[in-house]
Design a binder for this molecule. Sequence first.
Ligand SMILES: [Ca+2]
Ligand SMILES: [Ca+2]
Ligand SMILES: [Ca+2]
Length: 239
Amino acid sequence: MKKLLQPRLLAAAALAAGAAPATAATAVFFAPTTPYLSSADIPAGFYAGGLPTLLETLEDGSLDATLSASRGSLIGPGAFNGTRDSVDGDDGMIDGSCGPQATVCASWFDSSGSLGLRFTFIGSGALPTAFGVAWTDASPGASVTFSATGLDGQSLGSITVSGLADNSVSDTTAEDRFFGVTFSGGVQSIFISTSSGGIEVDHIQYGAMAPVPEPGSWALLAAGLAGMAGCKRRHTARA
Ligand SMILES: [Ca+2]
Ligand SMILES: [Ca+2]
Ligand SMILES: [Ca+2]
């Protein structure tokens, strides 16, 4: 039985110690407690316009050229049938499974979850400001740790979620979860690891983060509303 997990949105402090506070930007980590069964489960408020620039489902048989992986390999049709664990909807059906099919359901796997997987943006142009992945499998009881780096390897923080992994290493999908981070200063890489056994992921993705109101703009808005209320009261008193 799964236990209830952290709040839907886990926010964490971000700027690495000693990093110049050039902006008030803070990395925000997303770890929804509901399953990621297709790209429709990307959390609201993650990407500008709701969708990533790149969604690497791995169903084309290779990792996109704008991404590098520190470890692991693509496992596709014909390999690990019954235990390969792709995102559920990659076979066109949300049916609690994606793995044994002959022509679809690819994922990314490494036998060492503790060494983890780092996906780095190596494309041209500006870094993405939102970067995520769908974790799909680990050994029973393993916890999942997700972290990210910004420009020049600056740490953006990390989160750890325990109690996710079910008691199966087959292609069960109800345990699958989205992990992502947004940072206006740019996200160079994401790293995901598990405390024991292997690790499997899918839907590596990045894009532009959804705009977040600056705390200052909230303060200005609140002050403006308070001022309007004051004017109305004065106007009412004179009337
Ligand atoms: Ca399916
Ligand atoms: Ca897939
Ligand atoms: Ca799974």
